[in-house]
Structure formats: structure tokens, C-alpha cells
Design a protein around this ligand. Structure first.
Ligand SMILES: [Zn+2]
Length: 297
């Protein structure tokens, strides 16, 4: 299915920390004047800059998604750990399967969005780059042993970001409507401080606000799509194909704000504001109801 592009959701964000934020660099700097735990940096034409890797955000989204799915039904998200010597991760279970539709159908709902070793994910994040000044501070920490109540490790210093704005976007391709709902739910939990980013969540680090500033949906237009609707991938495929992929029958979201429409020839693009997204998210979250209790409603 990835050879065709039926629909795409793109959301652009402005991410701001609401408290100390530390996304750790994986490497240890040879420079002794830098903190032990450094914020991850990348080289840019304007020099080295701190940034938030898209892969970190994807990991945060995935783990929250798995939690939500397992709460609805424990079979909706696979388990990466073996039990009684048996593989329970979708990628392992499907390692000999060649049929792309079957791999999608048999993968759990978390893998359907984020992918596994046999399935390309539909959701991707760009790196979030800083805009303007970023305020950092060094914090000190120790780890206390639960056995002796003495310092087990440390003191160590940590470079945290206290203020700044990072911009980046996510892209969801060939989506089913419930997948938009999962994104809506995760973003909502983030605003409530339930989903945190980076290191030190039990120290109160990692709370961010990440409102979408612009949301666009592009859809193929073999037939006119009503202005208040968004079509999931199932609407663009033949019935036999939707069955082989095992798409959920709620193929479209209706009653949405109209958005600003642009004709791109073979696609129609609709642009929504952050506020209009909130209304969309609510409708999309409602699509999650039919995932409960089995693969097909
Ligand atoms: Zn899975």
C-alpha cells in the first residue's frame, strides 16, 4: 500500500517545555567542562544546537499508545518480551509472512501505526529544532540506594532546558480514522502533563506543551470528498482490499470544520487551525470506541 498515497495528515507544532527538560545525548563528551548528562545536540549551519530528536517523540507517543490500547483490550498492543519461550512481538510472529496486506492485518494496533520489523510505520516525526534563544541550566542529582539510603551514584550534573520554542512536525500516511484518534488522545494527555518527554520523569522533568499550529490533510480525489469529511484509507480502496488489510469499518470522519481547501490536481488539501484541530480530534477520538474487544467491529 505504501506504493500509493491515499491520504496524509501533517501537523506542525510549537513545543515548549513547562519545566526542566532533558533529552540525553547518547554519547559522553570528552570535554570535562560540560555536564555529565548533556542535552542532545546537532550541527547546523549556525553552529551546534540542542534539539529534540523526532525518534524521542515517536518513542514517547508509542509507549502512551500501547498503554491506551492495552487498557481497551490487552491484545491491541503486542508485547516485545517472550513468554514461555514464545515470541509475542508482531515482527517476530510474522517473520515468515510475505503478503503485505496480511502483515498489516495480523499486526497489533500499535504496530499498525508505528511499525515493526516486518511493517513500515505510518507515523513519523521530524526533529524539533530550536527557534530563537533556549535557556539552559545545570541541575545536580544523586541516586539514592533503597537498601542503604546512602548515595549509590553521583553526584552528577544534568543539563536541562527551562525555556525555549522548538518547531517540527509529524506525518501520518495512509491512515485509518482511529489512528488520527490515537494522535488526538496522545496530544491531549501531553497537554495534561500525563505524557512526558525525555529523562527524569520521576524528578518532574519532561513536561511540555505541544499545540499544533497548523494541520493539513491531503486526500486523493477520485471522487469529490464532502468538505466536512476526512476519509480514512479504507475509502480509497476496493472492498476486497479493505477486507484483506482488515481496516476498521469506520472509514470516514464526518461533521468536521470545513478548513481552507486547495486543489492540488490529484489531491485535495485542507488546512485547519489549531482550534479546528481540537474539534477534529474529538470526532477522531470517538472512532477509537470500536477497537475494543476484537479486531473487527
Ligand atoms: Zn505489535
Amino acid at each position: 500500500m505504501h506504493k500509493q498515497r491515499f491520504n496524509v495528515l501533517k501537523m506542525e507544532f510549537e513545543l515548549k517545555p513547562r519545566g526542566p527538560l532533558l533529552v540525553k545525548s547518547g554519547t559522553i563528551s570528552p570535554n570535562p567542562s560540560l555536564p555529565d548528562m548533556q542535552f542532545v545536540r546537532t550541527r547546523t549551519p549556525e553552529g551546534e544546537k540542542v534539539f529534540i530528536p523526532g525518534s524521542s517523540l515517536k518513542g514517547v507517543f508509542r509507549s502512551f499508545t500501547e498503554k491506551v490500547l492495552r487498557t481497551m483490550d490487552k491484545d491491541l498492543a503486542c508485547d516485545p518480551f517472550k513468554k514461555n519461550g514464545e515470541d509475542r512481538a508482531c515482527g517476530q510472529k510474522l517473520k515468515d509472512e510475505e503478503n503485505a496486506a496480511k502483515i498489516y492485518k495480523e499486526s497489533c494496533h500499535a504496530c499498525k501505526i508505528y511499525g515493526n520489523t516486518r511493517l513500515r510505520g505510518r507515523l513519523s516525526f521530524t526533529d524539533f529544532m530550536p527557534q530563537g534563544e533556549v535557556i539552559t541550566e545545570t541541575r545536580y542529582g544523586v541516586a539514592i540506594s533503597r537498601l542503604t539510603n546512602a548515595v549509590a551514584f553521583g553526584p552528577f550534573d544534568m543539563e536541562v532546558i527551562l525555556a525555549g520554542t522548538f518547531t517540527g512536525h509529524l506525518i501520518l500516511e495512509n491512515f485509518e480514522t482511529w489512528q488520527v484518534g490515537i494522535i488526538g488522545l496522545t496530544l491531549r494527555a501531553m497537554e495534561e502533563g500525563l505524557v512526558r518527554v525525555g529523562f527524569g520523569k520521576n524528578r518532574g522533568f519532561g513536561e511540555v506543551t505541544m499545540p499544533p499550529v497548523r494541520v493539513t490533510v491531503e486526500m486523493a480525489k477520485p471522487s469529490p470528498i464532502p468538505p466536512q469529511e476526512i476519509w480514512g484509507v479504507g475509502m480509497f480502496m476496493k472492498e476486497t482490499d479493505t477486507a484483506s488489510y482488515g481496516f476498521h469499518e469506520e472509514y470516514r470522519i464526518t461533521g468536521l470544520p470545513e478548513g481552507k481547501e486547495e486543489d492540488l490536481g490529484i489531491y485535495v488539501r485542507r488546512e485547519y487551525t489549531g482550534e479546528e484541530w481540537s474539534a477534529m480530534a474529538e470526532k477522531a477520538i470517538a472512532c477509537l470506541g470500536n477497537l475494543r474487544g476484537g479486531k473487527k467491529p
